[in-house]
Design a protein. Sequence first.
Length: 131
Amino acid sequence: IELASGKTIHPLSFLQPPQGYAGAGISDDGRWIVATGADRVDIWNAQSKTKSATWPVTKQHHSPLITSDGKFVILKDETQLFVWDVATKQQIATWDVQGLNLGLPLLADKAGQVAAFASAGQQIRVFSLPK
């Protein structure tokens, strides 16, 4: 939903609850949707409503991010932050974030170079992504 007008930008009815998704994120330009379940990550093209990539994961992640170029997915759990390359479906970076109390993801920039998360104590944590 576009906040200024209240209009629906991309109806997500094609992401049916039976898919078992626990978290979802949309790129800042609205082109890509990332959805995470207990055992996988799915990437959707929002315009064509088609799944463009999927791969297995060993644990459930919440609040995923995807860069607007569709190149990187950023996942987090309670203790780690993970960067995945969508093309190769490989995890390419991991950060230990235990004790940082990362909250909701705020953004993955258009250039695919940084990801920002809200953190406890009214802080914002910014992470540089691999190129």
